[in-house]
Write a protein that binds this ligand. Structure first.
Ligand code: GTP
Ligand code: MG
Length: 330
């Protein structure tokens, strides 16, 4: 299971109460107040962690609390501070406040840490209330409550390039071919049900790029047809979009229309998607019908960068890899 949304209830620790104590020692009568302060409550943080792939664990533990501060003690001892709690999430996670829907934090790079909730302050012990008129105060203050709230975590994958296309176009086949990720390939639509990210390696330059494979879109995805278009948020941060087109026109598809329809679905989701660097991967060139369809396609979309490939014979794959690199580094 791949979980990219989760609701969590978070609570920072309460501050410990101050102490009302008196010094008691042999030969020191009326030793005076010596109650220490309470410890502060722990804070709640969120941190991006490359070793965390999704938000699944928050489905099982939707409540996270930081530790409370300990009470103050006699001999002016301050109570121990409560332990902080830190939510380890995949890079690219955004935190929304459920109450007002506002975005409160976003962590993108590994190790990036943001404070979500502050722990309560520890109370004051009675040493603070000593005065010339009150030499034995019994006053102390209570620790304050830690902040709390309900939050929604949403993952928007971080990748350099993203694949979009209708079901069965061959998106996962390409990811299998050029990365070490192994998403399932099937001859039926909607083989892929969630996002897969693979890393393309370029040994010549010791560089790596992340490639995101998302479930297929269909016409009307923006009206929630098929799997809907919610997966498009995983390619929002990509620099380059690869439109995977089935150039063989399997099952009577018209490749030229496919490209236009895909672009329309993206536009309906967010017009910004169409401003990205674009590559059309004209797949299934090993099939006989593909050549004719390709020339029709090229005539219709003159300025578009089209690379004929076949995931079966591996034709054009190196060229596509090089083009992805060039556009990502632009
Ligand atoms: N002939 C031919 N078949 C291909 C090629 N690439 C992929 N296929 C086939 O096309 C079918 C779909 O491939 P997938 O990679 O699962 O397609 P997808 O775009 O990931 O599909 P969804 O996950 O359902 O959106 C599979 O049966 C593949 O074997 C190709 O270059 N030539
Ligand atoms: Mg797939």
């Amino acid at each position: 299971m791949f979980v990219d949304e989760a609701n969590v209830t978070l609570k920072a620790g309460d501050g410990g109460n101050g102490c009302a104590g008196f010094r008691r020692e042999k030969f020191i009568p009326k030793g005076g107040p010596d109650g220490g302060d309470g410890g502060d409550g722990g804070d709640v943080y969120i941190m991006a962690d490359d070793n965390v792939g999704d938000l699944e664990k928050f489905m099982y533990t939707p409540q996270v609390c930081a530790g409370d501060g300990a009470k103050g003690q006699t001999r002016r001892k301050t109570g121990q501070r409560g332990a902080d709690a830190c939510l380890h999430v995949p890079p690219g996670t955004i935190v929304f406040n459920c109450e007002n829907g506002a975005e409160v934090a976003e962590v993108v790079r590994h190790g990036e840490k943001v404070l979500l909730l502050r722990g309560g302050k520890g109370g004051l012990g009675n040493v603070h209330f000593k005065s010339s008129t009150n030499r034995a105060p019994r006053q102390f203050t209570y620790g304050s409550e830690g902040e709390s709230g309900e939050f929604k975590l949403v993952l928007k994958t971080i990748a350099d390039a993203g694949l979009v296309g209708f079901p069965n176009a061959g998106k996962s086949s390409l990811v299998n071919l050029i990365t070490k990720a192994r998403p399932k390939v099937g001859s039926y639509p909607f083989t892929t049900l969630h996002v897969n990210v693979g890393t393309i390696e370029y040994p010549q330059t010791y560089q790596r790029l992340r490639l995101a494979d998302i479930p297929g879109l269909i016409e009307g995805a923006s009206q929630n047809k098929g799997l809907g278009h919610k997966f498009l948020r995983h390619i929002e941060r990509c620099k380059v979009l690869i439109f995977m087109i089935d150039m063989a026109g399997t099952d009577g598809r018209k490749p030229a229309d496919d490209f236009q329809n895909l672009r329309r679905e993206l536009q309906l989701y967010s017009p910004d998607l169409l401003k990205k660097e674009t590559i059309v991967a004209a797949n299934k060139m090993d099939e006989t019908s593909a050549k004719k369809n390709l020339s029709v396609f090229k005539r219709k979309y003159k300025g578009v960068d089209v690379i004929p490939i076949s995931c079966l014979t591996e034709e054009g794959i190196e060229e596509l890899k090089a083009d992805i690199y060039a556009k990502c580094k632009k």
